[in-house]
Design a protein around this ligand. Structure first.
Ligand code: NDP
Length: 483
């Protein structure tokens, strides 16, 4: 199957007719081709977006909102079809794609369909100066959206929906590793009546297609989710052109467990926060820190629960852990298990590849628990982004807080306790963009989302996203007093 670029409402081949192979992670086999787009394709997408902008930015909020709602409805209508496509392309269990990825993609459109009708700006009366100021929040123009492979349609739409709701036109690139649902979204947008050119999807490699979007002189804002190294590179390219940047980057999130927590809820949630989506979620709690007095009990119970997880073909309803996204990524994750051995980490469970019957070439790995004693080890400092977690104990609140903050990243943290004073102290002092207390991955789309430190710059979500995708302009009017 050949995936094509979606430019000006049409599906087109890349201008140079170069293609990249697309793999099914569950089988290791090639199952399609995607465009290896060049700068010329990005230029063509930009031209289409720029042509569509004057009309789209003047389309009433009511009309924009209706089209976004329609896209959301169509995503739900095609839920099973899209979930199957996502699962095949990414290797994630079909159950996860059906329950989380695709419904969330629909929610992204529905949420911003509503949010844009409630978005308002400020007015300031300059008392005593006979002047009034008001702020116009105008769409930027053509913006770029670049997303990763772990939650393909979920994160792709998390950017596109607010961008177009705010009146911008978009040139977007999904990860080259998971292009399928982005391709299918094009058809849905056309069916929903999104005018040609408002959304343009260009497929290809990050280093060429992605780079061409970031370096395009007239694409004035870039919303990027991906790795920290890529984010730093994008910032260097975009900064001299004074582009607006939103960077949602990597994480190495602490999961801090105190003895006074609701133990059963914590245990079940910790299994999820460790291994959901094969541990390939930027918000996974990959460093589990446990209060010393329950450490041995937790260790025993956690190993038991994790040993019950079924690694299997993503299309099977009973599979808990599917395939990792690519061979290269599997090798990277495996290499950290080798590093553990060199660093004195002890593998308590897992660590090996899994051979799934009839799918022997798929990229399967056991969920892996490694016991470490030094937070400075590479396993606790570097993002592995796979089904590998570390566990270590702490003695008291002070040590727990120190360990939690002692990394370059600052995306999210999870705290398990029933002590209100501790909750407040940790909430204030944890250096992360999100703190979950006695829960994980509970998302309210109105809230600001993003990371501190090397986990990113800027916030998306709710009105923060609409602020990012608009330019604030102050209008100051002075009037004469008739009296
Ligand atoms: P990458 O940084 O490799 O890629 C992300 C996207 O950027 C892909 O579409 C990629 O294309 C593209 N890209 C790569 N190089 C460039 C470039 N020079 N210019 C422009 N675009 C480029 O990340 P991954 O896809 O490997 O995703 C995993 C990472 O994403 C993890 O670090 C994870 O923590 C992070 N992430 C962060 C989230 C957050 O909200 N903070 C949420 C989810 C993931 P291609 O794939 O074709 O190379």
């Amino acid at each position: 199957m050949k995936i094509q670029n979606y430019i000006n409402g049409e599906f087109v081949n890349p201008i140079q007719n170069h293609w990249i192979e697309n793999y099914n992670p569950a089988t290791g086999a090639v199952y399609g081709q995607i465009p290896n787009s060049t700068k010329e394709d990005v230029d063509k997408a930009y031209e289409a977006a720029a042509r569509a902008f004057p009309k789209w930015s003047n389309t009433s909020l009511d009309e924009r909102s209706k089209i976004l709602s329609k896209i959301a409805d169509l995503i739900i209508e095609k839920l099973n079809f899209l979930a199957a496509a996502e699962s095949k392309d990414n290797g994630k269990p079909i159950s996860l794609a059906t329950q989380i990825d695709i419904p969330r993609a629909a929610s992204n459109f529905q949420f911003f369909a509503n949010a844009i009708t409630q978005f308002s700006s400020e007015a300031h009366e300059s008392v005593g100066l006979n002047a009034v100021n008001f702020t116009l929040r105008q769409p930027i123009g053509v913006v770029g959206c670049i997303s990763p492979w772990n939650l393909p349609l979920y994160l792709f739409t998390w950017k596109i929906a607010p961008a177009i709701a705010a009146g911008n036109c978009v040139v977007a690139k999904p990860s080259e590793i998971t292009p399928m649902t982005a391709f299918l979204l094009g058809e849905i947008c056309t069916e929903a009546g999104l005018p040609n050119g408002v959304l343009n999807i260009v497929h290809g490699l990050g280093a060429s297609t992605g780079q061409a979007i970031v370096a395009h002189p007239n694409i004035k804002a870039i919303s990027f989710t991906g790795g920290t190294t890529t984010g730093a590179y994008i910032a260097r390219v975009a900064a001299p052109m004074f582009k607006k940047l939103s960077l949602e980057l990597g994480g190495k999130n602490p999961n801090i467990i105190f003895a006074d927590c609701d133990y059963e809820k914590m245990l079940a949630t910790t299994v999820r926060s460790s291994f959901a989506n094969q541990g390939q979620i930027c918000l996974c709690g990959s460093r589990i820190l446990i209060e010393e007095k329950i450490y041995e009990k937790f260790k025993k119970d956690f190993i038991k629960k994790v040993s019950e997880l079924k690694v299997g073909h993503p299309s099977e309803a009973t599979t808990n852990i599917g395939a990792l996204v690519s061979k290269e990524h599997l090798e990277k994750v495996k290499s950290y298990i080798d590093i553990a051995a060199q660093e004195g980490g002890k593998v308590l469970f897992g660590g090996e590849r899994v051979t799934v019957k009839n799918f022997e070439n798929g990229y399967y790995l056991q969920p892996t628990i490694i016991e470490v004693s030094d937070n400075k080890c590479r396993l606790n400092q570097e993002e592995i982004f796979g089904p590998v977690v570390t566990i270590m104990s702490f003695k008291n609140d002070k040590e727990a807080l120190h360990l939690a903050n002692d990394v370059q990243y600052g995306l999210s943290s999870t705290l398990w306790t029933n002590n209100l004073n501790r909750t407040m102290q940790f909430s204030k002092q944890l250096q992360t963009g999100i703190v979950w207390v006695n829960t994980w991955m509970l998302r309210d789309l109105r809230t600001p989302f993003g990371g501190q430190k090397d986990s990113g710059v800027g916030r998306e979500g709710g009105f923060e996203a609409l602020r990012f995708f608009t330019e604030a302009k102050n209008i100051c009017i002075q009037y004469e007093s008739p009296f």
